[in-house]
Design a protein around this ligand. Structure first.
Ligand code: GDP
Ligand code: GDP
Length: 453
């Protein structure tokens, strides 16, 4: 269920990064694509109104003379465009139309992607019209006058971009939960799979997944359907020799990307390894719900403290997943295996949960009362005007503030903790977007919504 991608394209120095920052909020997480599968592009999550998407900055299109692409750059830009639903072509309204812009436009016209032209550095509205006029000649439709620095014009650009983004599949309309079982070799993934599908109560049918040799299993339990993702990948390792480094990480990454809920299986005998940490990091980055399944619990000698010691150690080493529930099981004896599905249900529910704007703002109000935002030495204080949930899976909350820079990491974590404490979201990551807004604009929005702090 990947998010739609918007590619930002243009010559160096026209203001692409400035515009990307404006669309995404400078501090948001960076999402890398699978290493080795595609080139090293940087994806950043963005949203506008109630839609989420990824923005990929193709880097400056460099030319060997004024009009010819360097072949490598061209190849990279084409790869980026190939997966994009729309492209924003940024040009410099102060520098005016260049031969390089014409060359890029010519190339863009041959691609099968809708393109919007952003004429950047148009700070003044009167001059903006004049600045955009000459870009009509590029044959890519009406140019948009914008200023990456001040933000004007970007709203209209985004409004017109949204219709090009395909709607993402929505779990609320699906009647199945997609579950990926990931972990190092030999932690017991196949055994767990057998424990799930071997049960009499389960109705199992294999169906093909999206990638060529991926087979999913459909399991039905108590009226709920679970799609176990890429079970072929889990079972395939039989009779295959692997080097110590191998653990099919790309395949795991793909399964994570397709899942709603990931079971990260850890071997109780080995504890948490670096590979487990890689998977955990990816699960968090992709915004998937997760359950930490500590397997082979039967093989551990226990006293009354053991479970707490384990819990503490595992949480310490997998701190990106501090929100995930942990369960100690034995795939071999079947101990607590049934309980995993209960946790999956809860995590999936929390992952797709939507909280009303008024509840979000009650939490904010309370949080602000206990702990006011920091003030700089110059006396500027962070202000949070209001918050609203902009999307689910994972729950993502936009906070509209006077200036995101005024909120340090500590304070951001404090606010996130408050949302966790008050609203739960057990088993699911949450996202906070800190968005700077001019006060007048905020007031207009809050008036529309009729809710304010
Ligand atoms: P990129 O190479 O295309 O990513 O360009 P940058 O975002 O790094 O910007 C290049 C230069 O243009 C920087 O000096 C920016 O400060 C400046 N710049 C970017 N956006 C604007 C804008 O809207 N107005 C003006 N006047 N300058 C801008
Ligand atoms: P996978 O590579 O992650 O799919 O792991 P397998 O399911 O093939 O299991 C690897 C080995 O661990 C096998 O020898 C299993 O018998 C053993 N194993 C799996 N689950 C358990 C468990 O709960 N307890 C114990 N003691 N051994 C287990």
């Amino acid at each position: 269920m990947p998010l739609p991608v918007v590619a930002v394209i243009g010559r160096p120095n026209v203001g692409k990064s400035t515009i990307v920052n404006r669309l995404t909020g400078a501090k948001d997480a960076i999402v890398h694509d699978e290493p080795g599968v595609t080139r090293d592009r940087t994806y950043r999550p963005a949203f506008w109104r109630d839609r989420e998407f990824l923005v990929v900055d193709t880097g400056g299109l460099v030319f060997d003379d004024e009009t010819e692409f360097l072949p490598l750059i061209r190849e990279q830009a084409e790869a980026a465009l190939a997966e994009a639903s729309a492209a924003v072509f940024v040009v410099d309204g102060q520098a005016g139309l260049t031969a390089a812009d014409e060359s890029i436009a010519g190339w863009l016209r041959q691609q099968s992607v809708p393109v919007l032209i952003a004429v950047n550095k148009c700070e003044s509205i009167e001059q903006g019209l004049a600045q955009t006029a000459e870009f009509w000649s590029l044959g890519l439709g009406e140019p948009y006058a914008v200023s990456g620095i001040h933000g004007n014009g970007t709203g209209e650009l985004l409004d017109d971009l949204l219709p090009y983004l395909p709607a993402i599949e929505n779990l609320e309309e699906e009647d199945e939960i997609r579950v990926a079982i990931v972990g190092r070799p030999n932690v017991g993934k196949s055994s767990l799979l057998n424990a799930f599908v071997g049960e009499n109560r389960a109705i199992v049918s294999p169906i093909s997944g999206t990638t060529r040799d991926a087979i999913d299993m459909l399991v039905e339990r108590d009226g709920k359907r679970y799609r176990l993702i890429d079970t072929a990948g889990i079972r395939k390792k039989k009779n295959v020799e692997y080097g110590p480094e191998f653990f099919g990480i790309n395949r795991s990454f793909k399964a994570i990307r397709r899942a709603n809920v990931v079971l990260l299986v850890v071997d109780a005998l080995d504890g948490v390894t670096e590979q487990d940490q890689k998977l955990a990091g990816r699960i968090e980055e992709e915004g998937r719900a997760c359950i930490l399944v500590v397997n082979k619990w039967d093989a551990i000698e226990k006293d009354s403290h053991t479970i707490y010691d384990y819990e503490r150690q595992i949480k310490e080493r997998l701190h990106f997943l501090e929100w995930a529930e942990m369960i100690f099981v034995s795939a071999q004896t079947g101990q607590r295996v049934e309980k995993i599905l209960e946790l999956v249900n809860t995590a999936a529910e929390q992952h797709q949960r939507r909280v009303s704007t008024s509840v979000i703002n009650e939490v904010l109000e309370e949080a602000l009362r206990w702990h006011t935002p920091p003030t700089t030495r110059q006396g500027r204080q962070g202000r949070i005007y209001y918050g609203t949930q902009v999307s689910a899976q994972p729950p993502s909350i936009a906070l509209f503030v006077n200036d995101p820079k005024l909120f340090n990491e500590n304070y951001r974590r404090y606010i996130e903790r408050q949302f966790r404490q008050q609203l739960g979201f057990t088993g699911s990551p949450i996202r906070l977007f800190w968005r700077g807004k001019k006060v007048r604009e905020v007031e207009r929005n809050t008036a529309n919504r009729a809710t304010r702090v």
